[in-house]
Design a protein. Structure first.
Length: 262
């Protein structure tokens, strides 16, 4: 079993080291990470400048690792296409610090990197944790729970075109209640624009804030608050082919007639 690890937090994040430590027990590990943090880069690739790749020995000589002056999606793509000469069996991206809930998924570089793996038909996981600062994360507990979770994922065949988001609550050995499988509520967002006033103009800054929704919390957030690890399947665009037949029916009897311009 060969694993590719990436993280929008950068290669020297303790999150990456924790994932490496766990996956090294299950097979051969490769690490390709951005040269700097880009956790809210979303599904972004570098088009207008060449990518510089530097090989490191960040995890010892037996684990090949590289940094790339690009995004997490760049790292997955260039790792598979150019850097790693062996077939990758599994991709793990993360840990995103914070909670990419609802439509904030679109902004999360670690989820985008896992989604990129599905385009290569490679089973992929994106990891996040509910802590706000990386130095608050209990990585000892994370490794314990992630070791148990990865055993489950490796024991099953993954559907094509689907990656999985695993979101951990704030961890301790005492407070994790188990695993719940949940969906996302795309009306929910933690990130809101905040207005900054000066004498001449207003500026707007995107900040993480508590949701203003008063009616209910999402299933994911309720589960996380109750100290459950949540798992959510995410489909990529290729899997939306199932909707083609429906669209074909919409336009089956509709004639689009080219009109002459006046």
């Amino acid at each position: 079993m060969r694993f590719l690890i990436t993280s929008s937090s950068g290669i020297f994040s303790p999150a990456v080291g924790s994932i490496v430590e766990v996956l090294n027990h299950f097979g051969e590990v490769f690490v390709v990470c951005p040269h700097k943090e880009n956790s809210l880069a979303g599904y972004t690739v570098t088009l207008h400048k060449p990518l510089k790749v530097t090989e490191l020995t960040a995890f010892g000589a037996e684990i090949k690792s590289w940094v790339v002056n690009g995004t997490s999606v760049d790292c997955v793509k260039i790792g598979i296409e150019k850097l790693i000469k062996k077939k990758i069996d599994f991709i793990v991206s993360g840990i995103h610090i914070g909670s990419p809930s609802g439509r904030d998924l679109a902004y999360c570089g670690d989820i985008a990197a896992a989604m990129e793996g599905t385009f290569f038909q490679i089973p992929s996981l994106a990891l996040s944790i509910d802590d706000i600062e990386e130095n608050e994360v209990n990585f000892s507990s994370f490794k314990k729970y992630f070791n148990e979770l990865i055993e489950v994922f490796l024991a099953h065949k993954h559907p094509k075109g689907v990656c999985f988001h695993i979101h951990f609550p704030t961890l301790s050995e005492r407070n994790c209640q188990g695993v719940k499988v949940v969906d996302f509520d795309f009306t929910f967002s933690r990130y809101k624009y905040v207005t900054i006033h000066d004498d001449h103009q207003d500026f707007y800054v995107l900040q993480q804030k508590v949701s203003e929704r008063k009616d209910k919390e999402t299933r994911e957030n309720n589960s996380t608050k109750a100290s459950y690890i949540t798992v959510t399947p995410l489909e990529n665009l290729i899997s939306q082919r199932k909707h083609i037949r429906q669209l074909e029916r919409w336009f089956k009897d509709k004639q689009i007639i080219e009109k002459e311009l006046p």
